[in-house]
Write a new protein. Structure first.
Length: 79
């Protein structure tokens, strides 16, 4: 996380824009939201663990669930 933060601040200086910092803050807030909610944390871990499952149906379901978790998290962060 520190490396991505440093990269965001370096790009902000280089680009003379706060956009990279805003993006990093959203990612950080998303990660915190997932970590503080056991239900989301469990779904997130389960989905990530099944992304490369041998059964394509399981992998597809994991991708859909991961997307749903991230959507729900981002909605909570932006409120």
């Amino acid at each position: 996380m520190q490396a991505t933060k440093d990269d965001a601040f370096a790009k902000a200086v280089e680009w003379q824009s706060l956009s990279p910092v805003r993006s990093w803050v959203l990612s950080w807030a998303r990660d915190i939201e997932i970590a503080r909610r056991p239900d989301l944390s469990a779904r997130y871990a389960r989905a990530k663990g099944n992304l490369e499952h041998a059964d394509p149906t399981v992998a597809q379901a994991a991708l859909c669930d991961l997307s749903a978790v991230l959507d729900e998290t981002m909605k909570a962060v932006r409120e």
